[in-house]
Structures are given as C-alpha cells and as structure tokens.
Design a protein around this ligand. Structure first.
Ligand code: NCD
Ligand code: ZN
Length: 356
C-alpha cells in the first residue's frame, strides 16, 4: 500500500452557482475525494461569474454547506474590477485571468484591461492566466514588467513549455501546470483545425488537444512543469454530443490512476507526483498544511475506467474503457476517513475554506 499526502488540484470548475445540472459543490468534492484529492482551487467562470464581494460570498456560502473536501475559490479578472479583486485577495485562491477562448463570459481581449490587475493584485498570491501560445508570451511579459508571480494554466504546446523554460531561466516568476488530457491524448485532427466538429464534441476542450510532437515535448520537459491540474470542466454527455458542444473534460477521478499508470510504465516517479500535486501547489498558492491527511493507494490494482462508477454528475469521461494501474483505496482528511473502497464517508459541509 502506497501512502501519499492529500493531493491538491489547483484547477477545478464546480459549476455552482448557476449550472448545477452539470456539477455542484457536493458532487465535485465527492469526485475529488474518490480521486485522492483533498483540496481543490475552484474557478470563477460560474453563472454568475465570481468577480466581486457579493458573488464570492455566494459561491462560498454554497461551498460551506455542501463541500466534502477543502477548497479555495478564485476571483475572476473583469474589465473594471481590479481594485475590488485585489481587496478580496486574502479570501480568494488567487486571481484568474481569461486571456483566450474559453467557456463563459470572463475574457479580457484588450491588454489595457490586463494592466490594472497586474499592478494591483497582491504579489504574495499568483495571478493564474488562461493564456495560450502568443498570449501566454504576452502574459509572461506582463509578469516580468510588474515583477510579480504568474501561474500559467494548462499548458499544452511545445512552444509553450519551451517558453516557460526560457522565462524561468531568465528569473521571471512564472510557474505552470499541465493536465492529464494534454499528456495522454492527442488531437484526432491536424494541427490548427482542432478536434471539434459535429459528432466529435466529446473531444472539445480548451486548450485544444495538441499533436504528438507537443505531447512528447511536455513529457520531455516535465522538470519545467510545476503542477499537475485536472481542469475538471464537467459538461453533461447530452451537451457534449449536441450541435454546439461546450469545451471541457471531467478529470478529478482519473488524474491519479493515469499518473500512477505512467509511474508503472517508468515515465514518471512517485516523488514527481508528490512534488507536482502537493509540494509545489502548496508553495505557489500559499496553501496551509492539512493535518492528519493522507491517501492510501493500491499501486498494483488494475482496473478499467468507467464513468458509470464515478461521482461527477457529468456522466462521461474521455478515458472510458482505459486500463489503468493504481487505485485509491482510502482517503483520510483532517483525521477522518473521508473515502474508503468506493464509499464517501464524510458529510456535506465537512470541507473547509482554506482561506478562512
Ligand atoms: C472550461 C469550462 O468548461 O469551464 N473548459 C475547458 O475546455 N477547459 C473553461 C476553461 O477552463 O477555459
Ligand atoms: Zn479551466
């Protein structure tokens, strides 16, 4: 039996408030615990988006009642909330900036709108940027100009990991995360076209799945990557199979088995998982220790991934039928057994806001 610390996922979409038919604070935190994740940092692109004191309170009041694992909530950067967002920094996971194509309304195209956020958001917390390719380069330049930390969400391309590497070598305070789907899946279509199109909505995700060369570059440069994050972005199967499929994959219940399978294939190490899912996210996001918290894993258990056995409400996974090696047996969170052999054992409301 392998013992791991409680894992931290810095990139989770809860969908509450506003879209609880996809997921809510109860189901997402059950999915987290089943996946060996004891702390989630949650994204602000809900309905309404989380961008001021009132909407932050709204999300946190739902979480307080329903969450079963620990959490902190991001505030979103809007066109005119830089001062407000900065004033909420101590209560928030961090500031999320959407600088590229995404799901929801939080998107800042004009770079003059980025400036006040980079100026005002307290430097002890990172700004997290959804920024791809050249807008990632622009975001890193902003971090350099304002001499403050920036965390790049879900990098997926060779050019991105190489630029992050170069920026780090030049002392810029940049960190980054990668998602399992960008490590284990490639685009079914040639570069640039994206995997979308009718009938293939299940493969829609932002950033898009990339080429084999991109995926190989991520694996070759794992030392540049600070965190593994799921970007758990649940949408219902009916929505994914519709004419207008929303982008996003669920990921909380598959991240650890996929990574452990990579360990058994000698592509990754257990200390590497602990560094990227515990040590580094704690440091980057200034997260507290969860006392008496650990995950027990049966490293040799082989099984098939099936959405029908999952806690997420979305009802599907891009890894359906995959054979993996490594199963979460037990999760202890702050002294209490929270999950054991497929059963959730803590109540709604057991989860704590780690910024409180
Ligand atoms: C995310 C979602 O559905 O909220 N979708 C996605 O494809 N990753 C939005 C996002 O993170 O950009
Ligand atoms: Zn996301």
């Amino acid at each position: 039996m392998l013992k791991l610390p409680g894992l931290i996922d810095p990139h989770v979409h809860v969908r509450e408030p506003g879209q609880t038919h996809k997921e809510d604070w109860d189901t997402v935190t059950q999915a987290a615990l089943a996946g060996g994740v004891t702390m989630i940092l949650t994204m602000p692109n809900t309905k309404p988006p989380i961008f001021d004191a009132e909407t932050l309170d709204l999300a946190l009041s739902k979480a307080k009642k329903k969450a079963r694992c620990d959490y902190a909530q991001f505030v979103g950067a809007g066109p005119d909330n830089a001062e407000m967002a900065a004033s909420l920094a101590d209560k928030a996971a961090g500031l999320k900036m959407y600088l590229d194509s995404t799901f929801g309304q939080l998107r800042l195209d004009d770079m003059t709108l980025w400036q006040p956020h980079f100026e005002k958001y307290p430097k002890q917390y990172p700004i997290v940027a959804h920024s791809e390719s050249r807008s990632m380069a622009a975001a890193i330049l902003f971090a350099a100009i304002y001499d403050r930390p920036i965390h790049i969400a879900h990098i997926s391309l060779r050019e991105e990991v190489l630029l992050v590497k170069a920026a780090k070598e030049h002392g810029i305070k940049v960190t980054c995360e990668v998602c399992p789907h960008h490590l284990f899946l490639t685009s079914p279509l040639p570069q640039g076209e994206g995997p979308g199109g009718r009938g293939n909505g299940r493969m829609e995700v932002r950033p898009r799945l990339a080429t084999k060369e991109d995926v190989e570059a991520l694996w070759e440069n794992l030392d540049v990557i600070d965190c593994f994050a799921t970007d758990h972005a649940p949408h219902r199967l009916e929505e994914k199979d519709s004419e207008n499929p929303p982008p996003g994959f669920p990921g909380l219940e598959t991240i650890l088995p996929l990574l452990l399978t990579a360990v058994s294939d000698s592509r990754l190490t257990i200390p590497g998982i602990i560094q990227k899912m515990y040590t580094n996210p704690r440091k980057i996001f200034s997260l507290p220790e969860q006392n008496e918290t650990w995950v027990e894993v049966d490293e040799d258990a082989e099984y098939e991934i099936h959405a029908s056995e999952m806690f997420s409400r979305c009802g599907w996974t891009p890894f359906e039928g995959w054979k993996v090696k490594g199963k979460v047996r037990k999760v202890v969170l702050r002294g209490k057994t929270a999950f054991e052999d497929g059963i959730i054992l803590v109540e709604s409301g057991y989860g704590k806001n780690v910024r409180e």
